[in-house]
Structure formats: structure tokens, C-alpha cells
Design a protein around this ligand. Structure first.
Ligand code: ZN
Length: 399
């Protein structure tokens, strides 16, 4: 029995909320009755699926429904952000069963961070009482760019001392788990794809706003990866004339135009919030960014104007992303999106309503993700589930 066929069957059962009978699986896969029966037997033996009731049909025997057993396996997702470590435990159905947030006061060395990640992962698992043996692996979402094949983060912005860190290997050694590393924006797009219906007509871009900004692309229901898994480095896209000087030497790059640290600094300069601002204290920046968003929500006109101007700069870059990709929608998310998302969306919708090249042909829907601030961690865990469960050339890795 091929591992691929087994993965196809499991994937179909996993994605069907009500479950599927063997007869339906035969119809959906084109596999023989005997093959589907053998695969179902094996998945039942592994505990991945269960028989959950019978459906009566007009003619013939009642059919037994097969559904996924959510509590049969789990995956850990971790998001490495310069100011916050986020951990989630996902069950096999992709539901978050537990989460932890660990604020990072100061930028720690890679060794310290790996030790911190490892102990937080152990605590995450032990707090749930779930046997460690049911955990399939650990996914890590990190700021890009990454060296995917080596599982290394390479000089992420705002993580000093992180010139090149082989995170996958060191965390694998520290925990004993299989570790998967991906970019935070890519992981977020994965999470978004997981909560949507698996359809080949899913075409959207995901724009991730964290301490920096990145994009990911989903085409025909698959996350596009590029030749080095670094699709979506949009931090230096132009937001128009003028603007702030970027580290790359140009003015008004997207990254420096919407990063929380820049907006907070701007607000201090304009006297909207009190200074001073220590650029390196990212936890403090995050807090002040939220304060500023709360001020805007409370009706402070200058705070509102500051965010609307930032939204307009974001719109310029989003327009380029939309025009390049011809997607049906652009989804936004991440920790720096959530506090200001509704305000940004208004500006984005107004700015882009008449400007997109394909606007006469089809709509491009702009929306915030429903997954909230933990989206990158959820995505990292869903990458583990996908890697182990999804049908691909490598087949099902579960034994
Ligand atoms: Zn730049």
C-alpha cells in the first residue's frame, strides 16, 4: 500500500468536517474498495481516525463514517519575534489546545534563546498533560530571510548577534523533536490556508505585519515558496516619494514607513505620546504602539491621522503586490496589524478601489485574518501537520 494513497485518504478525512464513509472515499480517490479498506484499517490502528456513527442509505448496508481523531496527535508551533515568543499546541484537527506567550525583555543570544525555546516547549506540553510521544514535531516561524535547507535564520532585522543561526538543528538537539523552520509570513499564509476550504482556486497574498513586514503568496491552493523559500521580502517596496530614510539608502521604503518603532517615534516627535523612545527596547515599543492605537480608538485625531497616513503608505505597496500577482484577495495579519487593522482596512479599501489594474475584471478583496496575533505560531504548527500528513511525493511520514 503506498504511503501516498494513505496520505490522500487521511487528508480527505481530515478536511471533511462531517467525516466520510469508505464508499465516499472510494468515489473521491478512485482507489479500489480493497485499497481503501486496507488504508482505513491501518489509520484506525494508528489511532489517527475513528469510526463515528453510521449513515443509513436507501439501498444497501448503513455506511460507517470515518472522522479524524483530533486528540491522536499534536504539533507545536513557535513564533520567534524580537519582542515576544509565542507557542501554541495544535491538535490533529488544527485547533489550538494550549498557548503561551513569553515576553522577551532584551535581545538574547542565540544559545540563550534556544534554551528558552526548548524549556517553554516542554512546559507547553507538560501543562496540557498530553503525552510527549503524541507530539509530531515543532514548527518555528522566524523573521526572514531564512536559509531553508540548513534551517537557519540569517541576520533577521532587530536580532543582534543573529548573523547566521542554525536554529533547526540546535532546537532539534535541545528538544529531541523534528523541527521545521519557516518564515513568519509564510507560516501565517499556511495558517490562513488551513482555516479556509482546500480548493485549487485559492489565490491570495498575505501581508504580515510584525516588528517588520513581509508577504506570502498562495496560488492555486498552494503556498508559493520561490527558489529559496524566501518569497515576499517586500520591506523595501516603495511607498512613494519622500518619506523616511531606510537602511538601504532609499527614502520611504515600506518597512520603515509602517514599522511600529517608526510610528511610535513619529508620535513622540509630534507630541502625541510622551517620549523618549529607546529603539532597542522592542517590548516597550510594542506597548507604546498599542497605547497609540488605543488613543486613536478613543478618538484622538492626531493619532488617527498618523495611522491613516501610515495606511496610505501601506496602500502604495499593496497596490504593487496586487498588480504583480493578480490574486483574488489580500489578507493582512500579525501582531502589528491587530491593533490598527480596522483603521488600515478603511484606508486601503478607499485607496485601492479604483487603482488596481485588474479592478475592471474582478474584485480584489481586502480583509484582516480571523486568526489573530498568534497566526505565525499557528502556521508553524500547521506546517508540521502538513509535512507529516499531507499527500506529497514523500508520502505519509507517520509510523
Ligand atoms: Zn529600503
Amino acid at each position: 500500500m503506498s504511503a501516498f494513497n494513505q496520505a490522500v485518504v487521511l487528508d480527505l478525512v481530515r478536511r471533511s468536517e462531517a467525516g466520510l464513509s469508505r464508499v465516499e472515499l472510494i468515489g473521491a480517490t478512485g482507489l479500489s474498495t480493497q485499497t481503501v479498506s486496507n488504508i482505513a484499517r491501518r489509520l484506525l490502528d494508528l489511532g489517527l481516525i475513528r469510526e463515528s456513527g453510521k449513515v443509513h442509505v436507501p439501498q444497501g448496508k448503513p455506511r460507517t463514517t470515518l472522522t479524524i481523531d483530533p486528540s491522536s496527535r499534536y504539533a507545536v508551533g513557535a513564533h520567534l519575534d524580537p519582542s515576544m515568543l509565542t507557542f501554541v499546541l495544535l491538535d490533529l484537527a488544527g485547533t489550538v489546545v494550549h498557548r503561551r506567550h513569553v515576553p522577551v525583555e532584551a535581545v538574547a543570544s542565540p544559545d540563550e534563546t534556544v534554551a528558552r525555546l526548548a524549556s517553554a516547549i516542554e512546559e507547553l506540553i507538560s501543562e496540557t498533560g498530553i503525552p510527549r510521544t503524541l507530539v509530531l514535531g515543532v514548527g518555528i516561524a522566524a523573521p526572514g530571510p531564512i536559509e531553508f535547507d540548513q534551517g537557519a535564520v540569517v541576520g533577521p532585522p532587530m536580532l543582534t548577534g543573529w548573523e547566521r543561526v542554525e536554529l533547526r538543528e540546535s532546537l532539534g538537539k535541545a528538544t529531541g523533536f523534528n523541527v521545521f523552520l519557516d518564515k513568519d509570513s509564510t507560516a501565517a499564509a499556511h495558517a490562513e490556508l488551513w482555516v479556509r476550504e482546500k480548493r485549487s482556486d485559492q489565490n491570495f497574498a498575505f501581508i504580515y505585519l510584525g516588528s517588520g513586514i513581509g508577504a506570502a503568496v498562495v496560488m492555486n491552493g498552494e503556498v508559493v515558496r520561490g527558489s529559496s523559500n524566501n518569497v515576499g521580502e517586500i520591506g523595501h517596496f516603495s511607498t512613494g516619494e519622500g518619506g523616511r530614510l531606510c537602511s538601504c539608502g532609499r527614502m520611504g521604503c515600506l518597512g520603515v514607513s509602517v514599522m511600529p518603532v517608526q510610528l511610535v517615534r513619529e508620535a513622540v516627535t509630534e507630541g502625541i505620546i510622551a517620549g523618549p523612545v529607546e529603539d532597542t527596547d522592542l517590548l516597550l515599543i510594542t506597548g507604546r504602539f498599542r497605547d497609540l492605537a488605543a488613543l486613536a480608538d478613543a478618538g484622538d485625531e492626531r493619532a488617527d491621522a498618523l495611522f491613516r497616513a501610515a495606511g496610505a503608505r501601506l496602500a502604495r505597496a499593496v497596490e504593487d503586490v496586487a498588480n504583480l500577482l493578480d490574486v483574488d484577495g489580500i489578507v493582512f495579519g500579525g501582531p502589528s496589524w491587530s491593533p490598527v487593522g480596522s483603521r488600515y482596512l478603511e484606508v486601503l479599501r478607499a485607496a485601492l478601489s479604483t487603482r488596481l489594474a485588474m479592478g475592471m475584471i474582478h474584485e480584489v478583496e481586502l480583509a484582516g485574518s480571523v486568526l489573530g496575533e498568534d497566526i505565525a505560531a499557528v502556521g508553524a504548527a500547521s506546517i508540521v501537520l502538513d509535512h507529516v500528513l499531507a499527500p506529497r511525493s514523500g508520502g505519509l511520514l507517520l509510523e
